[in-house]
Design a protein around this ligand. Structure first.
Ligand code: AHG
Ligand code: MN
Ligand code: MN
Length: 337
């Protein structure tokens, strides 16, 4: 774990004090993180106002994935893009909601920011937890103009990753590559205050998360794993499992970080050509870094997600992450075919 920092320290002081792997966070990265997290605070305020400020409902447009955009998908995307424009160290942005990367300034600088501005779009209008997921990479050649291939780096190269969940509380989870720390937004001061350092995911669990309505479409190893969970104490696992599915990855992963569990959105036969539903660069990679940094595992069935070489900004991937014993078992079932 990184150097201990006093609980209730505001996020901006935390980034100044943090020493992941013994060295201070570079100033450019500090400013970027502070601007990003500050914008999530603004977004949190807007989410909390909901219908009062007319932000619910469909935007009537589609995104690059061919998905219908909600008003809040567009609002969150615009707010985040605007909120980091002043960061001199930021060279470019990639988002779920925009097809091509956006250069910031001249497109030169040390860092690249990727995000899912609003995760859990189907939950916006029903007042269920939603969130923002982000990933920060180093730009390979800081002084040359921005290209898409600058972003196509393995997840293990992320210098920071995290999410903000807009739920009963607004909570930030972040890793700078040396453990995972948690913050809660304090409505009084308007600051994210440190509430926990060094989150650890329990190795064993009795809780799984998957969209069960897709069961008939899954591949054999996933079917076997879930059927064995469902068989409970008299089945091969010899224990009863509980199931949860929020349909916001950000909230499901937050539960896994908080009390263990396994979260799966595997490949299925509905669209056999697609490796999965979730996006590698701004959903699976940041969540996988958080999970591994908290002692859990994250795979696509076969390989660690963080080791996958990306081929496209909006590439999809099969995701199985969480408590180490469960993810290892799923990996073994995939290896057996
Ligand atoms: P997004 O709202 O950014 O498009 O992501 C939604 C994702 C993910 O958050 C969630 O786990 C999954 O979609 C839910 O899918 P189902 O509706 O198939 O359950
Ligand atoms: Mn999402
Ligand atoms: Mn989204």
């Amino acid at each position: 774990m990184a150097n201990p920092i006093q609980l209730k320290t505001p996020f901006r002081n935390y980034v100044e004090q943090a020493k992941p792997q013994g060295a201070a966070v570079p100033e450019g990265l500090q400013s970027l993180l502070i601007a990003l997290v500050g914008t999530c605070r603004t977004l949190s305020d807007e989410v909390a106002q909901g219908a009062l400020i007319g932000i619910l409902g469909s935007a009537g447009t589609g995104n690059v994935q061919g998905e219908v955009q909600q008003k809040l998908d567009v609002i969150a995307n615009d707010l985040l893009i605007e909120g980091v424009q002043g960061c001199a160290a930021l060279a470019g942005i990639a988002s779920e909601e925009i097809e091509e990367p956006l250069p910031v300034g001249k497109g030169v600088g040390d860092y690249l920011l990727l995000f899912d501005p609003l995760d859990g779009s189907s939950n916006i209008d029903v007042n269920v937890s939603i969130g923002t997921i982000f990933s920060i990479l180093q730009k390979p050649n800081p002084n040359t103009p921005l290209t898409t291939s600058d972003f196509l780096q393995e997840g293990r190269k992320q210098v920071a990753a995290g999410y903000v969940v807009y739920g009963p509380q607004t909570t930030l989870a972040i890793t700078l590559g040396d453990g995972v720390d948690l913050f809660t937004l304090d409505a009084v001061s308007g600051e994210f205050l440190l509430i926990k350092q060094g989150i650890a995911i329990s190795a064993s669990t009795k809780e799984f998360a998957i969209n069960m309505s897709n069961m008939r479409h899954w591949a054999a190893p996933v079917k076997r794993y879930v059927e064995e969970c469902l068989a409970g104490v008299s089945g091969p696992r010899q224990k009863d499992f509980n199931m949860r599915w929020i349909a916001s990855m950000v909230a499901d992963v937050h539960r896994v970080l908080s009390r263990g569990g396994i979260f799966m959105y595997p490949w299925d036969q509905r669209e056999p050509g697609k490796p999965g539903k979730l996006r590698l660069m701004y959903e699976a990679n940041p969540m996988s870094l958080l999970v591994e940094q908290a002692g859990g595992q994250s795979i696509n069935g076969v390989d660690a997600i963080l080791d996958l070489k990306p081929h496209g900004l909006h590439e999809r991937v099969s995701v199985m992450l969480g408590s180490a014993e469960e993810v290892s078992l799923l990996r073994a079932y995939h290896a057996q075919g």
